[in-house]
Design a protein around this ligand. Structure first.
Ligand SMILES: Cc1ncc(COP(=O)(O)O)c(C=O)c1O
Length: 379
């Protein structure tokens, strides 16, 4: 399995860009803000108070409760700490979610383009990934109709990701409702990766799978502290679902890593229970930088960018330039010192696009767009 694990082209481009230390980088998928001070202080305090030993497999009770309280309120649904598993980032939450719902040979429906780790994790289980294209005609929103046509009697799970990396789109509530209904009808689980749930701009409305009346045994909702609270390196995520799904995850964790560090979890409690001003400020800043990106990209000859509704990713249509996206990203790096991610890194339907991160300074956005303009002129 390891020998055939699909290599990430994001990582490949990242490594290539290391040879260009002065390159302007729009590659990383993380906030450019530091973790807010009160969260860091809670982590430091926890270490000083010697919370440095093994803790419970499923997470410390305080964190599981804090997550349960937060999402009970957001979803208007009774969530208890027994419904919450704390994980090493959303990444491990995804591992758990697939482990408890999918067996070798099963099919897992994933959007194309999507976060490349979905493909990798499905492969790890010896399951089969079935891609459903998400297109610009549909404003880059996954449609329930398209999911429906990919369902077979081997479908064990459908992974959805709204708001989407790399597309920056937010799915329509009606599609989420219909996918929940399909899960009921066909008996599969919806694994809903919602790590960008709080990075949604004013004109868009995010709906969680947990809000549309999906039966508790038909979905797993994945969240993370990484993006919302600028905590990517703390590696703290979680998955919320029925107790029958969550309890075995704790057993799996015992054999994997035993538990997340207790001090990381105390910092996560502070993130949820402390002031949310930093989250709002970071969101406002992404929204503002989105406008700059949209304005600058859409006047460059041959490029077009649909205004992203969420996240900090611009999914730029480069098809008029007529170059394969990997080739284009390589040329931009080698000739213009600009690092981007080729759309094909996210699946075949990503061909013809580049992903640009706008979690960077205005100056970086402007310099990057100057370089894209220079490329357009030199063609
Ligand atoms: C869609 C999506 N899911 C999951 C993750 C992983 O997040 P975490 O840092 O919580 O593991 C990312 C990170 O880029 C992501 O974009």
């Amino acid at each position: 399995m390891a020998a055939s694990y699909p290599a990430s082209s994001i990582r490949k481009m990242f490594n290539l860009a290391l040879d260009f230390p002065d390159a302007v980088k729009l590659t990383v998928g993380e906030p450019d803000f530091n973790t807010p001070d009160h969260i860091k202080a809670a982590g430091i305090r926890a270490i000083e108070n010697d919370n440095t030993r093994y803790v419970a497999n499923a997470g410390i009770p305080e964190l599981r409760q804090a997550i349960a309280r937060k999402y009970s309120a957001r979803w208007n649904r009774g969530i208890t700490s027994e419904n919450v598993m704390v994980s090493f980032g959303a990444m491990e939450a995804l591992t758990f979610a697939l482990d408890v719902t999918v067996s070798p040979g099963d099919e897992v429906i994933i959007p194309d383009p999507s976060f490349p780790n979905y493909m990798g994790q499905v492969h790890r289980l010896g399951a089969v990934a079935v891609s459903v294209p998400v297109t610009e005609d549909n404003d880059f929103k996954l449609r329930a109709e398209d999911v429906r046509s990919a369902i077979t009697d081997k479908t064990a799970a459908v992974i959805i990701n709204s708001p989407s990396n790399p597309l920056g789109s937010v799915m329509d509530r009606a599609d989420i409702e219909q996918i929940a209904a399909l899960a009921d009808e066909h008996g599969f689980t919806v694994i809903s990766d919602e790590v960008y749930d709080e990075m949604v701009f004013d004109d868009a409305v995010f709906t969680s799978i947990a809000e549309v009346g999906a039966e508790f045994d038909r979905f797993l909702a994945i969240g993370s502290f990484s993006k919302t609270y600028a905590m990517t390196g703390w590696r703290c995520g979680f998955v919320i679902g029925a107790e029958d799904f969550i309890a075995p995850m704790a057993l799996l964790q015992e054999g994997l890593t035993s538990s997340l560090p207790g001090f990381v979890q105390e910092a996560a409690v502070a993130a949820i229970e402390g002031p949310q001003t930093a989250v709002e400020e970071m969101g406002a800043s992404y929204a503002r930088r989105r406008e700059l990106m949209v304005e600058r990209i859409n006047v460059i000859e041959g490029l077009s960018l649909l205004r992203p509704a969420a996240t900090f990713y611009a999914w730029v249509n480069v098809s008029e330039w007529g170059l394969d996206s990997w080739e284009l990203a390589t040329q931009l790096l080698e000739k213009h010192n600009l690092a981007t991610i080729p759309g094909s890194a996210f699946g075949p339907a990503g061909e013809g696009y580049l992903r640009l991160t706008f979690a960077v300074s205005d100056e970086t956005i402007n310099t990057a767009c100057d370089r894209l303009e220079a490329f357009a002129t030199a063609r």
